[in-house]
Design a protein around this ligand. Sequence first.
Ligand code: PHE
Length: 472
Amino acid sequence: MARETWATRLGFILAAVGSAVGLGNIWRFPWQTAENGGSAFLVVYLAIVLLVGVPGLLGEFVIGRRSKKSPVGALRELSGSKKWGYVGAFSVITGISLLSFYSVVGGWILRYLLESGASVVGGNPAYFTNPGQYFGGVSAGADAALYHLLFLGLTALIVFAGVRKGIELGTKVMMPAILVLLVALAGWAATQPNAAAGYAFFLRFDPSVLSENFFAILGPAAGQALFTLSLGAGTMITYSSYLDEDRSLPFDGAAIAVLNTSVGVITGLVVFPLLFSQGINPTETGTGPGALFVGLAGAFSQLPAGTLIATAFFGVVTLAALSSSISMLEIPVAFLVDEYDISRKQAVVGTTGFVAVTGTVCAFNPAIFGFVAGTLVNILLTAGLAAFLLFVGWVMGREALDEFTTGAGSFGRALGTPWLLSVGVVLPLFLVFTLLTHFGVDGTIGFWPTVGVSVLASAAAFLGLRRPTSVV
Ligand code: PHE
């Protein structure tokens, strides 16, 4: 059967933006920013998005569009070596790990949306009474597992329908809806009393925080940049493998990064004014799940028309989470379809059944959930992207440059060589360095070991895995 492709270029861009825009922007980004020195974090994060995120995204695009395969087949065929196929296989593990915790959070959100929506015409959602206690009751256990299955089912339905009729059509509807609702919410939040204090909290620039904590900020900022751009999991390889036209990859990559970052910033402009207008200080309510569910639920309960606002807000978050979760499920599904020649429908049913179990484990066990959502995913994404980029720089080499420049304008073409150097050497170096900080290595002393390991890894990749005739 002919391999599926996107119907339009816009369809591809929106699907990739849909993957990028998700809980990373709405749930993690504003809080990470607030916790790590406001715009000091923002500056480091933006620099990493630009210098690491965009070139990294282009690295995945080059692999995908060149091979027209999902990561396992892509790395194997482009290198001519089975060894690289095994490296690609990590993306299947990453996709399943991501979806296992993500669909639990998706389930929480779906529950809040349904609760809020059911109360729009009268009454109050149950979580208004005591948001903290409510969240504590539903965030783990059978309740959480049930809604996780519901959210996973929705995800599976979209992926089941295929690349064009499911993912492309779905994101074409979801992305504009998210943008319109978010901008409307931000406009409305601006009219709330004390909104200015929220903006000040979010965007205050404190250079001393930056200079004193640079290495401490670097790790979280890098992790956030990868997570939010869906890098290192092979999602972007898979999505770009469905491209059948040679349009400008640098343009598409830049557009995706700009849209994704804008959504993160606009979300901050909704969340912080809302909290401050109700006298809720985010540093006191804590971060992570508590922040979004307890803090905001508390704010909604005090607002005029709070139920309606809550419905709109959780509606946005549900759509954003869904447009990301489908891109996670697509990784193992594309792998099965490409490698074993089974139908998409069988692949979706099989993978969904598997994640139904792994996600349920996460739903019942907060310790496992926390480990998967935090450490495991950070490590898998960072190591995954480092491997993809070493592959681009050292195995594909000139072939990658050729793919990068095909369809690019003169500006994009001029960026080709610096891009190849950065993905082959500088970025893997940086990624291994941040990887070490995840293992508790202090950034200030971890720098030189990182340089050493990166040079060795690069040399090993160059000597052991380079295809002799990779020149096009
Ligand atoms: N980018 C998504 C988000 O911000 C998460 C994601 C990571 C999706 C990796 C796919 C692959 O929520």
